[in-house]
Design a protein around this ligand. Structure first.
Ligand code: AIR
Length: 427
């Protein structure tokens, strides 16, 4: 579904977080504010991306298919994007020389990982259109700002409290928040930076385990399902929403995505409305993913958002007219938004490093047997080319497309068994 702009509500700035040196919301350097409407960047132009993990790799491939060249910065010499980028600086995101060089080369910029330093985002934003804008990224970098932003948009979030330091552990924390989950305010992804806290007594240990850093304690809801809405908004305010994805996590890491989600029309409508309010409230430009909880009473809560393409949107490469990565390139290049409609139902299976260690005590990685998978032309294998397989590390994914969702689920169960992935029958 694509739509044209509607009037945007404006929301007051969330207060800046103590202890972090960031401009307050709305004060970022926005080169776009001074730009008049621009023509699309012609093929051959350079697009910059900060970060070169799997999301950068797939962005790069999509941008190149549209005819663009891609320049990236990533500190890791073995970053997946290294295999495909037209130019890569293997250096810190705060390397002034690299930032200067990339901003002289590229005409527009984006990110593939929100945990890049604000300074790098602001630097690029001062030189070229940066989508998403640095202030949107900064909200999504911090769970507290994110939750406060959702609350300011009058959107539902699970009950939570902020824990700044050990003193906050002594103050009265509502009993109703237990059992809960303690999550670091910053730098958490793929299940990192969070742990379950069953009782108040466990809180001190959990806080220390996470490094005595700024955290939120969130009430653990009784979940029926988790879903995500992938939404894109361009510089003119046009919006495109992909079909809603249903997500199954294992150990805090996305395991399976099923699209379309098996939810009621009413829930789907509310989730899309909420997502629209978020992007309009932020004046967001780019691809954004919002994760939601649905509890056993059918209440919908916003969990968190990612200011970039998302793992639950990988299926769009094969199952939708326009993939999330192509949309990201379209938005930064000022091309019209692509059609997000789904061509076929899809099931996406993540391939974690665990698959390379078939025995629980093995320490030497072994290449999985891909034969069953490769024999099925409805199953699309993506390997990210990461040099080192580690347990819990995202090494690749499989997207299964079929005429019906039942058929896609059936194939997913079969391939899960063939690959010895756990819980094949839980799908
Ligand atoms: N990523 C970003 N946020 C969440 C995830 N999973 C992707 C980005 C990033 C990569 O994961 O593409 O660059 C980092 O993966 P790893 O395995 O090196 O930690």
């Amino acid at each position: 579904m694509t739509t044209t702009p509607s009037s945007s509500p404006s929301f007051p700035a969330p207060p800046a977080d103590e202890g972090f040196c960031e401009p307050a919301f709305g004060e970022e350097i926005d080169a776009e504010a001074t730009l008049s409407p621009v023509a699309p960047l012609p093929p051959g132009s350079w697009l910059a991306v900060l970060g070169g993990g799997q999301l950068g790799l797939m962005f790069c491939q999509a941008a190149q298919r549209l005819g663009y060249r891609v320049a990236a910065i990533d500190p890791d010499p073995a970053a997946p994007i290294a295999a495909v980028a037209d130019k890569l600086w293997t250096t810190s995101y705060q390397d002034d020389d690299a930032l200067q060089a990339i901003s002289e080369l590229a005409q527009a910029a984006t990110i593939e990982f929100e945990n890049v330093p604000y300074m790098a985002l602001a630097y690029l934003a001062a030189h070229m259109p940066m989508r998403p804008a640095a202030d949107s990224v900064s909200i999504a970098q911090n769970r507290i700002q994110e939750k406060m932003f959702f609350a300011r948009c009058a959107l539902p979030v699970a009950p939570f409290v902020t824990l700044r330091d050990g003193n906050d552990l002594l103050s009265s924390i509502p009993k109703a928040l237990f059992p809960g989950r303690l999550k670091t305010a910053r730098l958490g992804y793929d299940g990192k930076g969070q742990c379950a806290v069953a009782t108040f007594e466990q809180l001190g240990d959990a806080f220390r385990q996470l490094g005595n850093v700024l955290c939120v304690l969130e009430k653990q809801l009784k979940l029926a399902r988790e879903i995500s809405v992938l939404i894109a908004r361009d510089a003119q305010g046009n919006i495109a929403v992909w079909p809603i994805a249903e997500n199954i996590h294992r150990d805090g890491i996305l395991d399976v995505t099923i699209v379309p989600a098996r939810i009621s029309k009413a829930i789907a409508q509310s989730a899309c409305d909420y997502a629209r309010r978020v992007v309009e409230g932020m004046g967001y430009r780019g691809v954004l993913c919002i994760e939601f909880f649905i509890d056993t009473q059918d209440n919908l809560f916003l969990n968190e958002m990612a200011p970039r393409p998302h793992n639950s949107g990988h299926h769009t490469i094969e199952s939708c007219v326009t993939s999330q990565f192509e949309q990201q390139a379209r938005i930064i290049a000022d091309l019209p938004l692509g059609d997000p409609s789904q061509k076929t139902p899809a099931v996406m299976l993540n391939l974690l490093g665990d698959l390379w260690f078939p025995e629980s005590n093995s320490t030497t990685p072994r290449e999985p047997d891909w034969n069953a998978l490769l024999a099925d032309s409805n199953a699309h294998l993506h390997l990210y080319g990461k040099k080192e397989a580690r347990r819990g590390r995202k090494m690749g994914h499989i997207t299964i497309c079929a005429a019906t969702l039942d058929e896609a689920l059936h194939t997913a169960r079969r391939l899960r068994k063939a690959l010895h992935l756990p819980d094949a029958n839980a799908l």
